[in-house]
Design a protein around this ligand. Structure first.
Ligand SMILES: NC(=O)c1ccc[n+]([C@@H]2O[C@H](COP(=O)([O-])OP(=O)(O)OC[C@H]3O[C@@H](n4cnc5c(N)ncnc54)[C@H](O)[C@@H]3O)[C@@H](O)[C@H]2O)c1
Length: 377
């Protein structure tokens, strides 16, 4: 059983280093923009999220919170569960079935506002016809679902935080890149230099991962299906190959495409013995069923036939490290808290369905971060 004090200590350290959220907490406490609202939340349950939760609670709402499989910090969950006004359904041991059950519990709780990550809650309220005023969506995979399976079906405004160029640059590239490498090192304790990594996907996150690996001396092969992005990788000095040619060369494969089934049965057949497989995309991009049953070698590494899986195949920077850096999430969550406040105050001002972060919000957060950074003093 995780100790509440462990979580409280980590949240306190994190809070000290999130100046943008500290300012918003003061404003939220004065203005109470979420008074009387019921906020359904799906976001990784870890210390940075806890600081955002404190801001939102200061704004007067009640919260029902869950996270994602394998990314929950149990100490943080215990800490948050002890606060007034919030119910938490999340544990590190959660698998996909447990996650789906938590989502249903939040829907049964009848939220009227959503803060989502991966669009499971948004898809759920649409499926069950639950009346919701507005939502925010945190990540690329959720944004992709809003543009595909949920297109034209969402009868309320959804501000897509990931569509902010600020978030994509600062979080997806500068946050995810180094922290995925950190997750690899913590999971395996192996060398990055002189190791051949195959990074599948060269979008905002993949570019960061490939660059961070190369900075540490790795040999990096990029697989990218969009020719413009593939060319960008080539201009960045990466080797660019088709998946079928890249996989047999790789010591380590990292998927980060925002799609699923990138590594399935036919791709497994192409891999070397003892290859290390990891994922950084929101939904696992490795077909975990195709891997077959696993035997734990360490907490973070399991053996499945001839391959080794890192971090249970879920987001490596969260399963095997502590997620994106605190300042990076201060920026991303300031976008969240400001967007939610605007949505709650005046939902009629927004169009229905997915839309970008309002420009005034992007500007305010960028200005706030410039002010907070020692580099600009
Ligand atoms: N781990 C984290 O902390 C974290 C943080 C932010 C986003 N994410 C997730 O990371 C994933 C990627 O996000 P992004 O912002 O980089 O997305 P993106 O859309 O910017 O980039 C994805 C890239 O993958 C390419 N791609 C798609 N399918 C492919 C395939 N089968 N083979 C080769 N290339 C393919 C696309 O062409 C695109 O260039 C998403 O699931 C997102 O939700 C994770």
């Amino acid at each position: 059983m995780a100790r509440v004090a462990d979580g409280a200590d980590r949240v306190a350290w994190t809070r000290t280093n999130m100046p943008l959220l500290a300012e918003l907490r003061r404003e939220y406490a004065d203005e109470r923009p979420l008074a009387g609202r019921r906020l359904g939340m799906c976001l990784h349950v870890e210390p940075k999220t806890a600081v955002l939760v404190e801001v939102l609670l200061a704004g007067g709402c009640e919260i029902a919170l869950t996270g994602s499989p394998a990314t929950t910090d149990d100490g943080t969950a215990a800490y948050l569960d002890g606060l007034d006004g919030i119910e938490v359904w999340a544990a590190n041991a959660d698998d996909q079935a447990a996650h789906a059950a938590h989502i249903e519990r939040i829907l049964d709780w009848q939220p009227d506002l959503l803060l989502d990550n991966g669009a499971d809650l948004i898809a759920g309220v649409v499926r069950r016809g639950i009346p919701v005023t507005a939502a925010t969506e945190e990540t690329t995979s959720g944004a992709n679902r809003l543009k595909a399976e949920l297109e034209g079906r969402v009868p309320f405004p959804v501000v897509v935080i990931d569509d902010s160029p600020l978030k994509r640059l600062i979080e997806n590239t500068y946050g995810v890149g180094p922290t995925v490498v950190e997750g690899f090192m913590r999971a395996t304790n192996l060398l990055v230099a002189a190791t051949t990594f195959c990074v599948v996907g060269y979008g905002a996150c993949g570019r960061g991962v490939a660059r961070a690996l190369r900075n540490d001396g790795a040999s990096v092969i990029v697989v990218e299906r969009n020719p413009v992005k593939a060319l960008e990788a080539a201009f960045d000095g990466m080797r660019v190959l088709e998946l079928e040619r890249a996989l047999p060369e790789a010591d380590v494969v990292i998927t980060v495409t925002g799609t699923t089934g990138v590594i399935g049965r036919s791709e497994l057949a192409l891999l070397r013995d003892d290859v290390l497989l990891a994922n950084a995309g929101h939904f696992s991009e490795i077909d975990l069923e195709a891997l077959g049953p696993g035997e734990a070698l360490t907490v973070h590494v399991s053996r499945h036939g001839k391959v080794r899986l890192l971090g249970r195949g879920e987001m490596l920077n969260l399963t095997s490290a502590t997620g994106n850096q605190i300042q990076v999430m201060d920026l991303g969550f300031a976008l969240q808290a400001r967007s939610l406040r605007e949505l709650a105050r005046d939902p009629a001002r927004f169009a229905l369905g997915p839309q970008p972060v309002p420009a005034n919000v992007d500007d305010a957060v960028a200005r706030g971060m410039l002010g907070a950074l020692s580099a600009t003093r």
